[in-house]
Design a protein around this ligand. Sequence first.
Ligand SMILES: N[C@@H](CCC(=O)N[C@@H](CS)C(=O)NCC(=O)O)C(=O)O
Length: 228
Amino acid sequence: MPTLARHDTAHSLAKGYATVIDLYTWTTPNGRKASIMLEEIGLPYTVHPIDISKDEQFAPDFLKIAPNNRIPAIVDRDNNISLMESGAILIYLADKTGKLLPKSGEGRYHTIEWLMWQMGGPGPMLGQVHHFVKYNPGKAPYAEERYLKEAHRLYKVLNTRLEGRQFVADEYSIADIAIWPWISRFEWQTIDMKNYPHVKRWYETIAARPAVQRGYKIPTDMGPIPMP
Ligand SMILES: N[C@@H](CCC(=O)N[C@@H](CS)C(=O)NCC(=O)O)C(=O)O
């Protein structure tokens, strides 16, 4: 792996705690899921930026932790467990700390249900919208139409779920943390949030959380959180 810049978070430095989690990440929705989670649960962590625009995700040392060559990934210094895949990371950190995922019962499964919905739906589908609509407009009109249609379908599903509910699984949870960073790219997705008022209210509520604001800026401050 290229020499990685390491920096302890303001959180861990301010509190004077020793790092527990090594976080390998970049300034993307999947990366921000992990940094927002770490800020929410308050586990001291050290950030290792993996600049995917420079192919650092293919470095052999990183591949030992994340064989799928994608961020985010973590290593837990307490037990040397390493994990890739943001959904697995969220479940692991929730179980380690007892936070943001009910330990048992229906609430646990509904939280995992909506986490899996994010991993199979908004993650890959909105990723395709970014690829075709934001970065390669005009090259593949059918793909633009297909993925934009899917984006609107997913926003509608989320909007319906949030009608009469504060958060996707009632209590704020890892499901919200997984979905929110993808919705924060609503401008790239050409989504007018006025059409999804429950998503807009939910999005703004989560954007106001101090931990989300800190996690959004990891590993680098790329500007303020977009607001509808
Ligand atoms: N399913 C994976 C997806 C991770 C993913 O796609 N990460 C992107 C950044 S958002 C990445 O590392 N891309 C590097 C590449 O495509 O080589 C997860 O949720 O962790």
